[in-house]
Design a protein around this ligand. Sequence first.
Ligand code: NAD
Length: 253
Amino acid sequence: MKLNNKVVLITGAGGGIGQAAVRKFVAEGARVMLADLGTDDTQPLVDELGSDLCACVAVDVTQDDQVENMVNACVKTFGGIDVFVANAGVEGEIGDIMSTDVSNLDKVLAVNVRGVWLGLHYVIPVMRDGGGGSIMITSSGAGVQGSPNTACYNASKHAVIGLMRCAALEVAQFGIRVNTVNPGAVETRMMTSIEDGFAEAGAGDFKALVEAGTPLGRYGQPDEIANMMVFLGSDDSSYCTGGVYMVDGGNST
Ligand SMILES: NC(=O)c1ccc[n+]([C@@H]2O[C@H](COP(=O)([O-])OP(=O)(O)OC[C@H]3O[C@@H](n4cnc5c(N)ncnc54)[C@H](O)[C@@H]3O)[C@@H](O)[C@H]2O)c1
């Protein structure tokens, strides 16, 4: 198993990609701390997979004290952190810059950028003291491309690539690797919400647009993103740091 004896902390663990990743991490031998807003979506997964292998903690990743508490909870429960997946994210409102409010920008940046920074801030010292680890941030195809009607989201996903690159340079000396995983359109709650937002804004059929622009011609599935997360969390990726790992069916090509 690729993650034997590793402890994984993952935010957004109750969401579509998060839940798929948790299942793969456990199947590969890891013990996993599931973090999300509340525990309604994570506790059932802990019950299913076993409380010897998983635990959950409620966190709002925008809140400094709550992120510190999340990291402490993982260390207290499982003894450290070997893999951190900064995966919590929000899509925000769909609409062009002219017609949306600045509060949308603030909200999206708070979760998708501030939340990731806080995670790095509290996890890195734990990993350093533990002798190393692997951090991955869920960016997006939107992190390397523009698209109309999602400026705040795209800006946030570009920003975390910058955070990742700086962090990778800062922490290589501690044996910590840092990368981004960049999914294309993946079939989860978030994607349904984006489709609805495009329809409501009169911006077209989002799914049809994505499928037409994706060489593999379809949405991705959460498992296909989780496979990349297992690779980056495992020693199979021992020479990978500072990288942007597209899992997008070729959409950004
Ligand atoms: N679905 C896609 O097509 C797609 C594509 C590219 C990138 N992503 C990224 O993948 C990640 C996971 O998205 P998903 O598709 O599983 O969506 P999702 O909505 O199913 O999951 C997102 C999770 O993040 C949690 N979350 C939101 N705000 C939070 C906060 N303040 N504190 C803690 N948790 C919070 C939500 O409760 C939810 O469980 C996100 O970062 C998203 O931007 C998704």
